[in-house]
Design a protein around this ligand. Structure first.
Ligand SMILES: [Mn+2]
Length: 336
Protein backbone atom coordinates (compact mmCIF):
# COMPACT_ATOMS: atom_id res chain seq x y z
CA UNK A 1 0.00 0.00 0.00
CA UNK A 2 1.44 3.38 -0.92
CA UNK A 3 1.77 6.46 1.22
CA UNK A 4 -1.49 7.87 -0.11
CA UNK A 5 -3.43 5.26 1.83
CA UNK A 6 -4.57 7.97 4.23
CA UNK A 7 -6.52 9.56 1.37
CA UNK A 8 -7.83 6.11 0.46
CA UNK A 9 -9.17 5.61 3.98
CA UNK A 10 -10.98 8.94 3.83
CA UNK A 11 -12.48 7.94 0.50
CA UNK A 12 -13.62 4.60 1.91
CA UNK A 13 -15.19 6.35 4.86
CA UNK A 14 -17.18 8.66 2.57
CA UNK A 15 -18.24 5.77 0.31
CA UNK A 16 -19.38 3.61 3.26
CA UNK A 17 -21.65 6.41 4.50
CA UNK A 18 -23.04 7.42 1.10
CA UNK A 19 -26.45 6.26 -0.07
CA UNK A 20 -26.45 7.50 -3.65
CA UNK A 21 -23.35 7.43 -5.82
CA UNK A 22 -22.74 8.42 -9.41
CA UNK A 23 -19.67 6.98 -11.13
CA UNK A 24 -18.28 8.75 -14.19
CA UNK A 25 -15.43 8.03 -16.57
CA UNK A 26 -13.74 9.73 -19.49
CA UNK A 27 -14.83 10.41 -23.06
CA UNK A 28 -14.23 7.52 -25.47
CA UNK A 29 -14.01 5.10 -22.54
CA UNK A 30 -11.49 2.23 -22.75
CA UNK A 31 -11.22 -1.11 -20.98
CA UNK A 32 -9.67 0.38 -17.85
CA UNK A 33 -12.36 3.02 -17.59
CA UNK A 34 -15.37 0.75 -18.20
CA UNK A 35 -13.96 -2.16 -16.18
CA UNK A 36 -13.17 0.07 -13.19
CA UNK A 37 -16.53 1.82 -13.31
CA UNK A 38 -18.58 -1.37 -13.54
CA UNK A 39 -16.56 -3.16 -10.85
CA UNK A 40 -17.06 -0.23 -8.52
CA UNK A 41 -20.75 0.04 -9.41
CA UNK A 42 -21.34 -3.66 -8.69
CA UNK A 43 -19.41 -3.57 -5.42
CA UNK A 44 -21.38 -0.54 -4.22
CA UNK A 45 -24.68 -2.00 -5.38
CA UNK A 46 -23.92 -5.17 -3.44
CA UNK A 47 -23.70 -2.96 -0.34
CA UNK A 48 -27.25 -1.77 -1.04
CA UNK A 49 -26.39 1.64 -2.42
CA UNK A 50 -28.14 3.43 -5.24
CA UNK A 51 -25.62 3.62 -8.06
CA UNK A 52 -25.54 5.43 -11.36
CA UNK A 53 -22.77 4.85 -13.83
CA UNK A 54 -22.45 7.15 -16.79
CA UNK A 55 -20.09 8.37 -19.50
CA UNK A 56 -20.49 10.81 -22.34
CA UNK A 57 -19.84 8.05 -24.88
CA UNK A 58 -21.33 4.56 -25.05
CA UNK A 59 -19.64 1.40 -23.84
CA UNK A 60 -17.53 0.07 -26.75
CA UNK A 61 -19.25 -2.93 -28.28
CA UNK A 62 -16.53 -5.38 -27.37
CA UNK A 63 -16.82 -4.42 -23.69
CA UNK A 64 -20.61 -4.70 -23.51
CA UNK A 65 -20.32 -8.24 -22.15
CA UNK A 66 -19.10 -6.75 -18.86
CA UNK A 67 -22.37 -4.92 -18.22
CA UNK A 68 -24.77 -7.83 -17.82
CA UNK A 69 -26.96 -5.92 -15.38
CA UNK A 70 -27.19 -2.76 -17.51
CA UNK A 71 -25.61 -0.58 -14.87
CA UNK A 72 -24.67 2.13 -17.34
CA UNK A 73 -27.66 4.45 -17.11
CA UNK A 74 -27.89 8.16 -17.60
CA UNK A 75 -28.77 10.07 -14.45
CA UNK A 76 -31.73 12.44 -14.76
CA UNK A 77 -30.96 16.11 -15.12
CA UNK A 78 -30.93 17.73 -11.71
CA UNK A 79 -30.23 14.42 -9.96
CA UNK A 80 -28.39 14.87 -6.68
CA UNK A 81 -25.86 12.46 -5.23
CA UNK A 82 -24.09 11.95 -1.93
CA UNK A 83 -20.96 11.10 -3.87
CA UNK A 84 -19.73 11.53 -7.41
CA UNK A 85 -16.80 9.26 -8.15
CA UNK A 86 -14.63 9.94 -11.20
CA UNK A 87 -12.51 7.00 -12.35
CA UNK A 88 -9.58 7.07 -14.80
CA UNK A 89 -10.18 10.79 -15.56
CA UNK A 90 -6.98 12.84 -15.60
CA UNK A 91 -8.89 16.12 -15.63
CA UNK A 92 -12.41 17.40 -15.10
CA UNK A 93 -12.66 18.18 -18.82
CA UNK A 94 -11.97 14.52 -19.68
CA UNK A 95 -15.50 13.70 -18.52
CA UNK A 96 -16.93 15.65 -21.44
CA UNK A 97 -20.68 16.23 -21.24
CA UNK A 98 -21.03 13.71 -18.37
CA UNK A 99 -19.85 16.52 -16.10
CA UNK A 100 -23.15 18.40 -16.62
CA UNK A 101 -25.10 15.67 -14.78
CA UNK A 102 -22.96 15.55 -11.68
CA UNK A 103 -22.94 19.12 -10.42
CA UNK A 104 -25.32 18.37 -7.56
CA UNK A 105 -23.22 16.36 -5.11
CA UNK A 106 -22.01 16.42 -1.54
CA UNK A 107 -18.57 14.94 -2.11
CA UNK A 108 -16.54 14.59 -5.27
CA UNK A 109 -13.91 11.84 -5.44
CA UNK A 110 -11.18 11.31 -8.02
CA UNK A 111 -9.37 7.96 -8.35
CA UNK A 112 -6.84 7.77 -11.15
CA UNK A 113 -3.37 6.68 -12.27
CA UNK A 114 -2.44 9.43 -14.75
CA UNK A 115 0.68 11.45 -13.92
CA UNK A 116 -1.01 14.49 -15.39
CA UNK A 117 -4.05 14.29 -13.06
CA UNK A 118 -5.08 17.79 -11.98
CA UNK A 119 -6.52 16.81 -8.54
CA UNK A 120 -9.82 18.46 -9.39
CA UNK A 121 -12.03 16.79 -6.76
CA UNK A 122 -12.58 17.11 -2.98
CA UNK A 123 -10.76 13.83 -2.35
CA UNK A 124 -8.08 12.71 -4.78
CA UNK A 125 -6.39 9.33 -4.77
CA UNK A 126 -3.94 9.55 -7.65
CA UNK A 127 -1.15 6.99 -8.01
CA UNK A 128 0.83 7.85 -11.14
CA UNK A 129 2.97 4.73 -10.97
CA UNK A 130 0.01 2.36 -10.82
CA UNK A 131 -0.61 0.18 -13.88
CA UNK A 132 -4.27 1.05 -14.15
CA UNK A 133 -7.27 2.51 -12.39
CA UNK A 134 -8.48 -1.09 -12.23
CA UNK A 135 -5.56 -1.99 -9.99
CA UNK A 136 -6.41 0.94 -7.70
CA UNK A 137 -10.08 -0.09 -7.52
CA UNK A 138 -8.89 -3.60 -6.68
CA UNK A 139 -6.77 -2.21 -3.82
CA UNK A 140 -9.71 -0.16 -2.60
CA UNK A 141 -12.11 -3.11 -2.59
CA UNK A 142 -9.50 -5.30 -0.85
CA UNK A 143 -8.88 -2.68 1.81
CA UNK A 144 -12.60 -2.23 2.36
CA UNK A 145 -13.06 -6.00 2.62
CA UNK A 146 -15.90 -5.97 0.10
CA UNK A 147 -16.73 -9.13 -1.78
CA UNK A 148 -15.18 -9.64 -5.21
CA UNK A 149 -17.81 -11.56 -7.18
CA UNK A 150 -16.82 -13.32 -10.43
CA UNK A 151 -18.43 -10.44 -12.40
CA UNK A 152 -16.42 -7.85 -10.48
CA UNK A 153 -13.31 -9.96 -11.02
CA UNK A 154 -13.97 -10.05 -14.79
CA UNK A 155 -14.34 -6.26 -14.90
CA UNK A 156 -11.15 -5.60 -12.94
CA UNK A 157 -9.19 -8.19 -14.90
CA UNK A 158 -10.30 -6.51 -18.14
CA UNK A 159 -9.29 -3.10 -16.75
CA UNK A 160 -5.82 -4.21 -15.69
CA UNK A 161 -5.19 -6.41 -18.72
CA UNK A 162 -6.13 -3.75 -21.28
CA UNK A 163 -4.25 -0.87 -19.61
CA UNK A 164 -1.06 -2.91 -19.25
CA UNK A 165 -1.21 -4.20 -22.84
CA UNK A 166 -1.65 -7.71 -21.41
CA UNK A 167 0.92 -7.19 -18.64
CA UNK A 168 3.63 -5.80 -20.92
CA UNK A 169 3.88 -2.08 -20.18
CA UNK A 170 5.78 -0.18 -17.53
CA UNK A 171 3.68 0.10 -14.44
CA UNK A 172 3.20 -3.68 -14.45
CA UNK A 173 4.58 -4.62 -11.04
CA UNK A 174 4.55 -7.65 -8.74
CA UNK A 175 1.42 -6.07 -7.21
CA UNK A 176 -0.22 -6.04 -10.64
CA UNK A 177 0.34 -9.78 -11.04
CA UNK A 178 -0.74 -10.37 -7.44
CA UNK A 179 -3.97 -8.48 -8.16
CA UNK A 180 -4.55 -10.50 -11.33
CA UNK A 181 -3.91 -13.73 -9.41
CA UNK A 182 -6.40 -12.76 -6.73
CA UNK A 183 -8.96 -11.86 -9.42
CA UNK A 184 -8.57 -15.32 -10.96
CA UNK A 185 -9.07 -16.85 -7.53
CA UNK A 186 -12.25 -14.77 -7.23
CA UNK A 187 -13.61 -16.25 -10.42
CA UNK A 188 -12.36 -14.08 -13.30
CA UNK A 189 -12.76 -16.07 -16.49
CA UNK A 190 -9.54 -15.21 -18.33
CA UNK A 191 -10.33 -17.25 -21.43
CA UNK A 192 -13.71 -15.68 -22.05
CA UNK A 193 -12.56 -12.14 -21.14
CA UNK A 194 -9.56 -12.38 -23.47
CA UNK A 195 -11.63 -13.92 -26.21
CA UNK A 196 -14.13 -11.03 -25.99
CA UNK A 197 -11.49 -8.34 -25.71
CA UNK A 198 -8.62 -9.57 -27.90
CA UNK A 199 -10.04 -12.21 -30.23
CA UNK A 200 -13.25 -10.59 -31.44
CA UNK A 201 -12.23 -7.68 -33.61
CA UNK A 202 -14.65 -6.80 -36.42
CA UNK A 203 -13.35 -7.24 -39.94
CA UNK A 204 -13.72 -3.48 -40.43
CA UNK A 205 -10.95 -2.90 -37.89
CA UNK A 206 -8.59 -5.03 -39.93
CA UNK A 207 -9.44 -2.99 -43.01
CA UNK A 208 -8.60 0.16 -41.07
CA UNK A 209 -5.35 -1.42 -39.89
CA UNK A 210 -4.53 -2.35 -43.48
CA UNK A 211 -4.80 1.33 -44.43
CA UNK A 212 -2.55 2.28 -41.52
CA UNK A 213 0.07 -0.30 -42.49
CA UNK A 214 -0.02 0.86 -46.08
CA UNK A 215 0.52 4.49 -45.22
CA UNK A 216 2.51 4.99 -42.01
CA UNK A 217 5.58 7.18 -42.29
CA UNK A 218 8.97 6.86 -40.66
CA UNK A 219 11.35 9.68 -39.81
CA UNK A 220 14.35 10.48 -37.58
CA UNK A 221 16.26 7.28 -38.46
CA UNK A 222 13.03 5.26 -38.23
CA UNK A 223 12.70 6.22 -34.57
CA UNK A 224 9.47 8.14 -35.10
CA UNK A 225 6.54 6.51 -36.87
CA UNK A 226 3.27 8.31 -37.55
CA UNK A 227 0.08 7.91 -39.51
CA UNK A 228 -3.20 9.64 -40.15
CA UNK A 229 -6.79 8.56 -39.69
CA UNK A 230 -9.48 10.67 -41.30
CA UNK A 231 -13.28 10.41 -41.50
CA UNK A 232 -12.82 8.98 -45.01
CA UNK A 233 -10.76 6.08 -43.62
CA UNK A 234 -13.55 5.17 -41.22
CA UNK A 235 -16.18 5.45 -43.93
CA UNK A 236 -14.12 3.39 -46.39
CA UNK A 237 -13.35 0.59 -43.94
CA UNK A 238 -16.72 0.66 -42.19
CA UNK A 239 -14.86 0.88 -38.87
CA UNK A 240 -16.21 2.71 -35.82
CA UNK A 241 -14.18 5.21 -33.82
CA UNK A 242 -13.62 2.62 -31.09
CA UNK A 243 -12.00 0.26 -33.63
CA UNK A 244 -9.03 2.63 -33.86
CA UNK A 245 -8.11 1.73 -30.28
CA UNK A 246 -4.83 -0.19 -30.25
CA UNK A 247 -3.91 0.33 -33.91
CA UNK A 248 -0.95 2.36 -32.72
CA UNK A 249 0.44 -0.69 -30.90
CA UNK A 250 1.15 -2.36 -34.26
CA UNK A 251 3.27 0.61 -35.29
CA UNK A 252 5.04 0.98 -31.98
CA UNK A 253 5.96 -2.72 -32.13
CA UNK A 254 8.36 -2.14 -35.05
CA UNK A 255 11.94 -2.60 -33.81
CA UNK A 256 13.61 0.77 -34.52
CA UNK A 257 10.50 2.78 -33.63
CA UNK A 258 10.79 4.60 -30.31
CA UNK A 259 7.73 6.84 -30.59
CA UNK A 260 4.54 6.09 -32.51
CA UNK A 261 2.06 8.86 -33.22
CA UNK A 262 -1.51 8.60 -34.43
CA UNK A 263 -3.08 11.73 -35.88
CA UNK A 264 -6.82 11.59 -36.18
CA UNK A 265 -8.79 14.27 -37.94
CA UNK A 266 -11.87 14.54 -35.73
CA UNK A 267 -13.31 17.47 -37.68
CA UNK A 268 -11.71 20.04 -39.97
CA UNK A 269 -8.77 21.58 -38.10
CA UNK A 270 -9.40 19.55 -34.94
CA UNK A 271 -6.80 16.81 -34.59
CA UNK A 272 -6.69 14.16 -31.90
CA UNK A 273 -3.12 13.05 -31.31
CA UNK A 274 -2.25 9.81 -29.61
CA UNK A 275 1.36 8.94 -28.69
CA UNK A 276 3.24 5.88 -27.46
CA UNK A 277 6.87 5.67 -26.34
CA UNK A 278 9.07 2.62 -25.84
CA UNK A 279 11.93 4.46 -24.16
CA UNK A 280 11.49 5.53 -20.51
CA UNK A 281 13.65 8.60 -21.25
CA UNK A 282 11.30 9.76 -24.00
CA UNK A 283 8.31 11.13 -22.12
CA UNK A 284 5.37 11.51 -24.48
CA UNK A 285 3.22 12.71 -21.56
CA UNK A 286 5.46 15.78 -21.53
CA UNK A 287 4.93 16.26 -25.27
CA UNK A 288 1.15 16.00 -24.85
CA UNK A 289 1.40 18.54 -22.03
CA UNK A 290 2.89 21.09 -24.44
CA UNK A 291 -0.38 20.89 -26.36
CA UNK A 292 -2.73 20.96 -23.35
CA UNK A 293 -3.05 17.19 -23.35
CA UNK A 294 -1.82 14.66 -20.84
CA UNK A 295 -1.39 11.04 -19.92
CA UNK A 296 1.58 8.93 -18.97
CA UNK A 297 5.28 8.90 -19.87
CA UNK A 298 4.66 6.04 -22.30
CA UNK A 299 1.12 6.77 -23.51
CA UNK A 300 -0.49 10.15 -23.93
CA UNK A 301 -2.87 12.20 -26.00
CA UNK A 302 -4.02 15.69 -26.85
CA UNK A 303 -6.58 17.41 -29.02
CA UNK A 304 -4.92 20.14 -31.07
CA UNK A 305 -6.46 22.77 -33.29
CA UNK A 306 -4.78 23.58 -36.57
CA UNK A 307 -4.35 22.35 -40.10
CA UNK A 308 -3.24 18.77 -40.61
CA UNK A 309 0.20 19.78 -41.75
CA UNK A 310 0.89 22.30 -39.01
CA UNK A 311 -0.23 19.95 -36.22
CA UNK A 312 1.86 17.12 -37.66
CA UNK A 313 4.92 19.38 -37.95
CA UNK A 314 4.61 20.72 -34.41
CA UNK A 315 4.12 17.35 -32.75
CA UNK A 316 6.79 15.49 -34.73
CA UNK A 317 9.20 18.34 -34.06
CA UNK A 318 8.57 18.21 -30.30
CA UNK A 319 9.30 14.47 -30.26
CA UNK A 320 12.35 14.95 -32.49
CA UNK A 321 13.80 17.53 -30.08
CA UNK A 322 13.57 15.05 -27.19
CA UNK A 323 15.18 12.27 -29.24
CA UNK A 324 18.01 14.55 -30.39
CA UNK A 325 18.70 15.81 -26.87
CA UNK A 326 18.85 12.22 -25.72
CA UNK A 327 21.34 11.37 -28.46
CA UNK A 328 23.46 14.39 -27.56
CA UNK A 329 23.53 13.45 -23.89
CA UNK A 330 24.44 9.87 -24.74
CA UNK A 331 27.30 11.05 -26.95
CA UNK A 332 28.64 13.32 -24.18
CA UNK A 333 28.50 10.46 -21.74
CA UNK A 334 30.27 8.09 -24.12
CA UNK A 335 33.11 10.52 -24.66
CA UNK A 336 35.96 9.99 -22.20
MN1 LIG B 1 -6.32 3.91 -17.32
Amino acid sequence: MNNLSHELDRILDVLQKAKSICIVGHVLPDGDCIGSELAMAMALKNLGKEVFCWNQDDVPEKLEFLDEENLMRKPRRGCSFDVVLALDCASFERMGTASSRITNRKCFINIDHHDSNTHYADLNWVVGESSSTGELVFQLIQRAGWEITPQIANCLFTAISTDTGSFQYRGTTPQTFAAAGKLLESGADVVSVCSEVYQSYPLARLKLLRQVLNRFKLTEDNKIAYYWLSPVDFARSGAEREDAEGLIDHIRAIDPVVVAIQFEEVSPNVIRVCMRSKNPLVDVGEVAGMFNGGGHKWASGAVIEGTRLSVQRRVVKAVRVILRNLKKRKKEKDQP
